[in-house]
Design a protein around this ligand. Structure first.
Ligand code: Z57
Length: 812
């Protein structure tokens, strides 16, 4: 079947068809949800036609694909993106307007699939967008969590989590294929069998694939995102049903479904939970089987697997795929070990996203052996052969052998998944220049010494379709008017805006866009949360997961310090730049310190917002439940982007890129991709502060004494003392106030107080710069013009060149 015509008439016909025969209602009775579902399915018709063409073509040409294995895909709303990609924005708007339907209302019905925590999951979503836009045959493999990242609410300023029942109304974007379900086994034991070993598992579940279309931007390519949902196996059911225990059989069903029930809400701080390992093995086992048995032709010679696929491991979460592929080849197909290892090494590559030791996943041998006994054996064998190589290269260096071993002996015997990934992958990459350097110099130093050619960098990027074109239509219009619309797929073209930074009229229009975006954000926050955004004040935004290393508390010290200065009378009110501080942050539910930080931000915010003297000067807004939908509203309205992690801790950051592309200036440390942003936009258009990574490392090893900073900086002391006095917490000196005070002043791995003075000085430079509207907007335009490098299209090209060796295809 061909795609429906790109005409208002054809679109309207399909839409009404979906209303009547899909939803089974007449238009005049249709609810907003009916209309949203009908609209979504109409868009789906257009995309599906292209999808089928692509799949057919892929089958015929057998070209190499990229499989992106990720436990998280933080997709964000689909309707707007798919309308844009299919070239249907105007047609849909016209069609719905003719029918008297408000498309904005329908957008409001969509619940975004929040199948990720933060940066890592959102990066995966940007990457599949770019893969499709670059015409690369590719598939994303992940988990269809029934509950995505929790919905955050505030009760008395404290975070309270609510389940994210995103599927309650059904998702029109997914297509289930229960007939293609795959069985995944767990537990049991291993036996000798002839020459080899045989896994006798104890239980199994079914993985049911749900396909999502991933359209490229206006290029007719539609790739697949395949998410797995766990169900009970028939065999398992039957056995128990036949034994006559009906209730037990139904319980077994629930047990199986548990595996894909909920996304673990920790970002960068994994908990060694058994269910999490089950999730990881579940989705990679399904995905490998799917590719090998369903996507490849039946008689395909797997020795040539590397010609057809590369599996990119998004952090360590999918790394159990390595022993799984070895098992498929050695145990199930009778290959010899070396042959299987050669193929395995060629098809895997590993991206590391962190520098925090606590984020590097480690599974206890006890747990892994219980859940996946055969995989444990395989990992031991991989390790033996690996350590033999290490001993060959470094005779007598047993300390090094112990450091590099995939198996840790302390504090308990455990499998280091990052070591396994590094040994198995043909490439290992970090996500920003500094991060990749620190990986090679520190975290994975021994490995980089042994295999320098294995290590590479691919700096992260973000999709300009979602984060500029869709999120910021006004800026997009202004850019397109100036340089045409080629920038949407070739973001370096933004360079052509550089001369316009000198054009007063262009700057005026740029300011107009910012002002409009602020009004729209104000409207959004009012409707969404009943929050009021102050008129045209500077919007100073810090939005990201709540984590000590990101130092939301340092931002808070700045705010408290301004407040303290004003309320003590030392600082004249008129000298303070009107600012609205905007926070967005979820804390992992078990991360007490992070939750206390949220509570304290809300307490300080309430005090400031209720102080009539500060009206029109300072304001703090902290809308709950920061997510992709809100990010798209918030980022385009920001003037100042806060990227203030301790140097050497934020692997890359991607919010930093989104802000720069939308014309916010960054105040930031020399960390992650901030380094590259500053190099590109220029020192004059970036507010740098704080220790460098070597300085931070030196202070850490010399011994960081927060008391020294507290005692020697009166402004810092005053701010901290005000918090500790209970001024923001109704006189309560304990609780969040006491806890944050002592965490900052006693021992703080992230040394917030050491960077306070430098941060305050940088904020003073911000105020001075902002006072000169023309100079500020000149800098803002230059931020946009010089940030084209941060397109995820460029990241994907780098992956293709440096890691994947796959090519875009040209197709019909
Ligand atoms: C996560 O969101 C990131 C790293 C992790 O190891 C885990 Br688990 C979750 C983030 C980094 O913290 C960011 O710096 C980075 O930009 C992002 O991943 C994408 O690479």
């Amino acid at each position: 079947m061909a795609a429906p015509d790109h005409t208002v008439e054809a679109f309207t016909w399909h839409f009404l068809h979906e209303i009547n025969f899909g939803q089974g209602v007449d238009l005049y009775r249709a609810s907003a949800n009916d209309k949203y579902l009908a609209l979504a399915r109409t868009v789906r018709h257009y995309l599906a036609a292209r999808w089928l063409v692509n799949l057919r073509h892929q089958h015929e040409t057998q070209s190499k694909s990229v499989a992106y294995l990720s436990a998280e895909f933080l997709l964000g709303p689909q309707l707007e993106n798919n309308l844009l990609a299919a070239g249907l924005e105007d047609i849909a708007a016209q069609s719905l307007a003719n029918l008297g339907i408000d498309i904005e209302e329908l957008r409001g019905v969509e619940v975004e699939p929040g199948l990720g925590n933060g940066g890592l999951g959102r990066l995966a979503a940007c990457f599949i967008d770019s893969l499709a836009t670059l015409n690369v045959p590719s598939v994303g493999y992940g988990i269809r969590y029934e509950y995505g990242i929790f919905r955050q609410t505030f009760v008395d300023g404290k975070q309270v989590e609510k389940p994210d029942n995103w599927l309650a109304m059904g998702s029109p974007w997914e297509i289930a294929h229960p007939e293609n379900a795959v069985e995944v086994t767990f537990g049991g034991h291993v036996e000798d069998e002839g020459e080899g070993r045989r896994w006798v598992p104890a239980w199994s579940v079914l993985g049911v694939p749900y396909n999502y279309m991933v359209p490229g931007y206006l290029n007719g390519r539609v790739n697949t995102l395949r998410l797995w949902s766990a169900e009970a196996t028939k065999a398992f059911d039957l056995k128990i049903f036949n034994a006559g225990d009906y209730a037990q059989a139904v319980r077994a069903q629930t047990f199986a479904e548990n595996i894909s029930k909920v996304l673990y809400p920790e970002d960068s701080t994994p908990q060694g939970k058994e269910l999490r390992l089950q999730q990881q093995y579940f989705f990679v086992a399904c995905s490998l089987r799917d590719f090998i048995e369903t996507v490849l032709p039946e008689d395909y010679d797997l020795h040539r697997l590397p010609e057809r696929i590369v599996f990119q491991l998004n952090d360590t979460h999918p790394v159990i795929a390595v022993p799984e592929l070895m098992r498929l080849l050695v145990d199930e197909r009778g290959w010899d070990w070396d042959e299987a290892w050669a193929v395995t090494q060629q098809v895997f590559a590993y991206t590391c996203h962190t520098l925090l030791p606590e984020a590097l996943e480690v599974w206890s041998v006890e747990l892994l052996g219980r859940l996946l006994p055969r995989h444990l054996e395989i990992i031991y064998r991989i390790n033996e052969e690996f350590l033999e190589k290490v001993r060959e290269a470094y005779p007598g260096d047993e300390l090094r052998v112990r450091r590099m071993s995939i198996v840790a002996e302390q504090p308990e015997r455990a499998i280091r998944m990052a070591h396994l990934a590094t040994v198995a992958g043909h490439k290992v990459n970090g996500v920003a220049e500094l991060h990749s350097q620190l990986l090679a110099d520190k975290v994975l130093h021994d490995f980089a010494e042994l295999w320098p050619e294995k290590f590479t960098n691919v700096t992260n990027g973000v999709t300009p379709r979602r984060f500029v074109r869709l999120a910021n239509p006004s800026l997009s219009g202004l850019i397109t008017e100036a340089i045409g619309d080629g920038w949407v797929t070739d973001l370096e073209q933004l360079r052509r805006l550089e001369p316009l930074a000198e054009d007063a009229e262009f700057r005026r229009r740029f300011r107009e866009v910012k002002a409009l975006n602020k009004r729209e954000l104000a409207e959004t926050l009012w409707v969404r949360d009943g929050l009021e955004l102050a008129g045209d004040a500077m919007v100073d935004a810090m939005v990201k997961r709540l984590h000590e290393y990101k130092r939301q508390s340092l931002k808070l010290l700045h705010i408290v310090s301004l407040y303290e200065g004003i309320s003590s009378g030392r600082v004249p009110l008129e000298s303070v730049t009107p600012r609205t501080f905007v926070f967005g942050a979820k804390a992992a539910p078990g991360y007490v310190r992070a939750k206390e930080t949220i509570e304290l931000i809300n307490a300080v915010g309430r005090t400031i917002n209720e102080d009539p003297a500060l009206e029109g000067r300072l304001k703090v807004v902290f809308p709950p439940n920061y997510n992709v939908t809100l990010a798209e509203r918030l980022i385009p309205a920001a003037d100042l982007s806060e990227q203030i992690s301790l140097a050497g801790k934020e692997a890359s950051g991607t919010g930093n890129m989104k802000f720069a592309l939308n014309g916010a200036l960054t105040i930031g440390t020399d960390d992650g991709a901030n380094v590259e942003i500053r190099q590109l936009v220029g020192d004059d258009n970036f507010f740098l502060f704080g220790m460098t990574e070597p300085e931070a490392a030196a202070l850490q090893s010399k011994g960081y004494e927060p008391g020294e900073y507290y005692e020697s900086d009166p402004q810092l002391k005053a701010a901290l003392d005000l918090i500790a006095s209970g001024a923001f917490t109704e006189g309560d000196r304990g609780g969040a106030a006491g806890s944050i005070f002592s965490s900052l002043t006693e021992r703080d791995r992230f040394m917030a107080l050491a960077d306070f003075r430098s941060y305050m000085d940088a904020q003073a430079r911000v105020e001075e710069a902002y006072a000169d509207h023309e100079a500020w907007s000149r800098s803002a335009v230059l931020n946009v013009a010089r940030s084209g490098f941060f397109s995820s299209d460029r990241s994907i090209r780098d992956y293709l060149d440096r890691i994947w060796g796959a090519d875009p295809v040209d197709h019909s």
